[in-house]
Design a protein around this ligand. Structure first.
Ligand SMILES: [Zn+2]
Length: 160
C-alpha cells in the first residue's frame, strides 16, 4: 500500500497491537536513527558541540546545547505527525486506533516542549524529511543556535 510505505514493516499489513508492536510503539522515540545521526554530523561539521539524550531534560532531547539552553529534536514524520508531509499519511485500516495513537504522541511532544520552555529552554524540531537538504538544514540550525538579542553574549561559550 503506497500510503503506508513509511511505516515500519511490522505494521504494514495489519496494525493490530501485538506484543512486538506494543514494544515498538512504546518507544516511538527512536535513538540514534539515521536522520538523527545526519543532524549530529552536520552540527559537528558546523563546529557545534552538544550533549545527547539528556534524561534530566523534559522529553530527553536528541541533542542538547547545555550552555545555550537549546534543544533539538529529530522527529520521524510518521510518528510525530509532520503536518502536510507525505511521510505522515494515516493508515487506511483501523483509523480510530491510529488516530488515538498519533494524538497521544503529538500531545506528549507538546507537553514536553512546554516543560522545556518552563525551564527557560528553547527547542527546535528537525523533521526527518528535512535532513536530505543539508544547505537548508544548516541555515535552520544556525538560525536556531545563533544567540538571540535577549541572550547574553557569554552564552556563546560551550559549557558542556
Ligand atoms: Zn516530513
Amino acid at each position: 500500500m503506497q500510503g503506508n510505505r513509511w511505516m515500519p514493516a511490522v505494521f504494514r499489513d495489519d496494525p493490530a497491537p501485538t506484543p512486538e508492536r506494543s514494544r515498538l510503539m512504546s518507544r516511538v522515540k527512536g535513538r540514534n536513527t539515521t536522520p538523527e545521526l545526519a543532524v549530529r554530523r552536520l552540527l559537528w561539521s558546523m563546529g557545534y558541540r552538544f550533549r545527547l539524550h539528556r534524561k534530566d531534560l523534559p522529553g530527553t532531547p536528541d541533542i542538547a546545547f547545555m550552555g545555550r539552553r537549546k534543544a533539538v529534536f529529530v522527529h520521524g514524520c510518521f510518528w510525530h505527525r509532520h503536518g502536510g508531509c507525505r511521510k505522515s499519511s494515516t493508515p487506511k485500516t483501523r483509523i480510530a486506533f491510529w488516530e488515538a495513537k498519533f494524538k497521544d504522541n503529538v500531545e506528549r511532544d507538546h507537553r514536553k516542549f512546554r516543560e522545556l520552555e518552563g525551564m527557560g529552554w528553547q527547542h527546535l524540531v528537525v523533521w526527518e524529511c528535512e535532513v536530505g537538504d543539508q544547505d537548508r538544514l544548516k541555515d535552520k540550525l544556525s538560525n536556531f543556535l545563533a544567540p538571540s538579542a535577549a541572550t547574553p553574549s557569554s552564552d556563546r561559550a560551550e559549557d558542556l
